[in-house]
Design a protein around this ligand. Structure first.
Ligand code: GBH
Length: 439
C-alpha cells in the first residue's frame, strides 16, 4: 500500500488533563475540586482511586516535556486546574498555581512544542459547587473571570474552553457516574445551557483582550446511525443526534438550539426558562478552532437503545468504528460554517503491561490509531480542514470513574515508581510524526 502523506504543517500532539495527571492535589494552595469530593466518596470510583498520585506531572513536567520532545511532538494539549489558580473559584489568583503553568508553558515553548490549553476539564472548584455549581448561572461569569486571569498570565496562542460539555451534562447530571453525581434530567439541561454560556463568555474575553489568539470548544462528537433499516431506527438516530451533537454544535455555530431536541428537553425540565436574551449571541461568539474528540459511534435501534455492532474495547462504551471519524468530520464541513478543526482526543484503553524485556506491545493501539488517522486523512482529502491530531493520552492516568484500571497512554506509567515507559505505540507514533506519513 502507498504511504499516506500528511501536510508538512500538520500538527502532531498528545493530550492529558489536569486532574487525571497532575497529582499534588493539596500542594501550593490548590483548593479542592468536585472530583476530589467525588473520588473520596465510597463507591463512586473503582478501587476508591483518586487523583493521587495521578502521573505526578505536577512534579515531573520537566521529564514529560523531554519525553514529548523525544517523540517529536509539535503540540501538547493539557488543562489548567481552576482550583490551583483560584482555590475558591473567585477572587485574586494563587500565584504558586499560576507559576506552575507558566513553567510548563515555558518548558514546552523552549522545546518547540506548542501548548493547546484547555480551561476546564471537569475539575470545578468545590466552593463553586457549594453555591450551585453549573446550575448557578453565576458560575459562567466566574468562569469568564478565571479565563481572563489565565489568558493574561500565559503565553499561549491556542485555547479550548470547556472539555466535552456533554459529558458533564450526561455523566455528571443525568447518569451520576461523574462528579457531582446527580441523576436528574431537569437539572442536567440547565447545566448544559450554563456550560455553553461559559464557553461563549470566555471566548469573548479572549477576543477582546488578545486578538490574534484562537479559542474554541472541545466537543466529543458521536456520529449516530440507525442499527437497522426500519423507519423507527432512522427516527431514533436523528433524535439521538440531537442529544449527542446538535445540542452543542447548533448554539455554538448557528446561534440557536435545535428545536426538536429542545422540545424533548422541555418535557423533562425547565432549560428553556433559563435561556435569557443575549445568551445565544454570547454562545455563538465566533469559533477560531474547533476541537473534535472522537472515540465511538452510536448505533441505535427503533426503541432508541444503543446497539453494538463492532468490536469493543476494555472500555465498554468504546465501539471501534474508524469510519465514524470520517463521517463526523465530513458532516461538520457540510452542516456548519468552516473553521479550522483540530482533533483534540482519540484513543483507547488497553491492558498491555511491560513484558520481561520491558517492552509494552500494544499492537491493538497501533492499529486503532492507524485506522483513525487514515480516516482523518480521507476526510482531509474530501475537503475538511484538519490542522492537527492529539492522541488521548500521552500518559496512562486517572480514568475518572474507572480509576487506574484503564490505561489510555501511549506511554506506560508504573504508578508505584512513576517510571515512564514508552509503549510500542509511542515508538510507532514517533515514526509517523517524524516522517509525516502513515505506512
Ligand atoms: C474523554 O471522554 C475525556 O475527555 C477524557 O478525560 C477521558 O480520559 C477520555 O475521553 C477517555 O474516556 O458514564 O457509562 O456513560 C470521552 C467520553 C464520557 C466516555 C464518559 C466514557 C463514561 C461511560 N467519555 N463515558 S458512562
Amino acid at each position: 500500500m502507498n504511504a499516506l502523506r500528511f501536510p508538512d504543517d500538520f500538527v502532531w500532539g498528545a493530550a492529558t488533563s489536569a486532574y487525571q495527571v497532575e497529582g499534588a492535589t493539596a500542594e501550593d494552595g490548590r483548593g479542592p475540586s468536585v472530583w476530589d469530593t467525588f473520588s473520596a466518596t465510597p463507591g463512586k470510583v473503582q478501587n476508591g482511586d483518586t487523583g493521587e498520585p495521578g502521573a505526578d506531572q505536577y512534579h515531573r513536567y520537566g521529564e514529560d516535556v523531554e519525553l514529548m520532545a523525544d517523540l517529536g511532538l509539535g503540540s501538547y494539549r493539557f488543562s489548567i486546574s481552576w482550583p490551583r489558580v483560584q482555590p475558591t473559584g473567585a477572587g485574586k489568583p494563587n500565584q504558586k498555581g499560576l507559576d506552575y503553568y507558566r513553567r510548563l508553558v515555558e518548558s514546552l515553548l523552549e522545546r518547540g512544542i506548542r501548548p493547546a490549553t484547555t480551561l476546564f476539564h471537569w475539575d470545578l472548584p468545590q466552593a463553586l459547587q457549594d453555591l450551585g455549581g453549573w446550575e448557578n448561572r453565576d458560575t459562567a461569569f466566574r468562569f469568564a473571570d478565571y479565563a481572563e486571569i489565565v489568558f493574561d498570565a500565559l503565553h499561549v496562542r491556542d485555547w479550548l474552553t470547556i472539555n466535552e460539555p456533554k459529558t458533564v451534562v450526561d455523566c455528571g447530571y443525568r447518569f451520576g457516574t461523574h462528579a457531582p453525581g446527580v441523576e436528574d434530567d431537569a437539572r442536567a439541561f440547565v447545566v448544559c445551557h450554563h456550560l455553553l454560556l461559559a464557553h461563549g463568555l470566555a471566548s469573548r474575553v479572549l477576543h477582546e483582550r488578545h486578538p490574534g489568539r484562537r479559542i474554541g470548544p472541545a466537543l466529543n462528537l458521536h456520529p449516530t446511525y440507525p442499527a437497522d433499516d426500519s423507519p423507527e431506527a432512522h427516527e431514533a438516530a436523528r433524535w439521538r443526534d440531537g442529544l449527542e451533537n446538535r445540542l452543542y454544535l447548533d448554539p455554538i455555530f448557528l446561534g440557536r438550539y435545535p428545536e426538536d431536541t429542545l422540545d424533548w428537553i422541555s418535557e423533562r425540565g425547565p432549560m428553556r426558562d433559563h435561556i435569557r436574551e443575549g445568551d445565544l449571541a454570547a454562545i455563538s461568539e465566533p469559533v477560531d478552532l474547533l476541537g473534535v474528540q472522537y472515540y465511538t459511534p452510536i448505533f441505535v435501534d427503533g426503541a432508541g437503545e444503543r446497539v453494538f455492532l463492532h468490536p469493543r474495547t476494555q472500555a465498554e462504551w468504546l465501539e471501534v468504528y474508524p469510519e465514524g471519524m470520517y463521517d463526523i468530520l465530513v458532516r461538520l464541513t457540510a452542516d456548519y460554517p468552516k473553521v479550522p478543526i483540530v482533533i483534540t482526543e482519540n484513543g483507547l484503553p488497553t491492558l498491555d503491561a511491560p513484558g520481561p524485556d520491558g517492552r509494552v506491545r500494544d499492537e491493538g493501539r497501533i492499529s486503532y490509531l492507524r485506522d483513525h488517522l487514515t480516516a482523518v486523512h480521507r476526510a482531509m482529502k474530501a475537503g475538511t480542514a484538519v490542522e492537527g491530531y492529539h492522541v488521548w493520552s500521552l500518559l496512562d492516568n486517572f480514568e475518572w470513574a474507572e480509576g487506574y484500571t484503564q490505561r489510555f497512554g501511549i506511554v506506560y506509567v508504573d504508578y508505584p515508581t512513576q517510571r515512564r515507559i514508552p509503549k510500542d505505540s509511542a515508538l510507532w507514533y514517533r515514526d509517523v510524526v517524524k516522517s509525516g506519513e502513515l505506512r
